[in-house]
Design a binder for this molecule. Structure first.
Ligand code: GLN
Length: 194
């Protein structure tokens, strides 16, 4: 069985652990280099990207995470997790660091404040069945996509909200908070090998 780690410093960790189990894999919380070394794939949850990167620094996991991702660890980031995977960010706080790996430019809080959060239906390339209900919570938008990254979902406005680049998947929304685990299944079944 595949083991998927959820980075567990801050954010909606519990929801991701449940989505991983529902998608048929074993889930563990990751806070140490030993835990990072024991997993087949990694999830960076939604939450607050600035807090998650600071805590990764404090707990000395920032560099191990950055190298694991650069060395091909299958990694899936939602919302703050997408921001943490972006090579370039806009509207970050001063000195905000990301692990990088996705050749994209991501704008934080692109839809405005918490009160501008919304749900919408979305088609996702590579995922069969009806459109998914996608929850956007202080969500980022992918404003520029490098040549190696493939766009998997866009809003009706044309805004890019999901990309894949080799072993890395980044999405603006939160399938872990709606009853939608097809994106987790897609990640685990087609991007993670045991
Ligand atoms: N706005 C948050 C950030 O910058 C992301 C919000 C979320 O993950 N729901 O990290």
């Amino acid at each position: 069985m595949k083991t998927i780690g959820v980075l567990a410093f801050q954010g909606d960790v519990r929801e991701h652990l449940a989505s991983v189990e529902a998608a048929g894999a074993k889930s563990i919380e990751v806070r140490t280099a030993a835990e990072l070394a024991s997993i087949d794939g990694l999830i960076l949850p939604g939450g607050e990207s600035t807090t998650i990167s600071k805590l990764a620094r404090i707990f000395e996991l920032f560099d191990p995470l950055k190298s694991a991702i650069a060395n091909g660890m299958p990694t899936f980031g939602t919302c703050a997790g997408l921001i943490l995977l972006a090579d370039r960010i806009l509207d970050g706080i001063e000195g905000q660091e990301t692990f990088g790996g996705l050749d994209v430019t991501v704008r934080r809080n692109a839809f405005g404040h918490q009160t501008e959060s919304f749900e919408t239906n979305l088609a996702f390339k590579g995922i069969e069945g009806p459109d998914m209900v996608a929850a956007f919570i202080r969500a980022p938008i992918i404003e520029q996509v490098g040549v190696e990254a493939e766009v998997l979902a866009t809003l009706s406005t044309g805004a890019v909200v999901a990309v894949r680049q080799n072993s890395i998947l980044g999405i603006s929304f939160h399938p872990e908070v709606t009853d939608e685990n097809r994106v987790h299944r897609f990640f685990i079944d087609s991007m993670v090998s045991a």
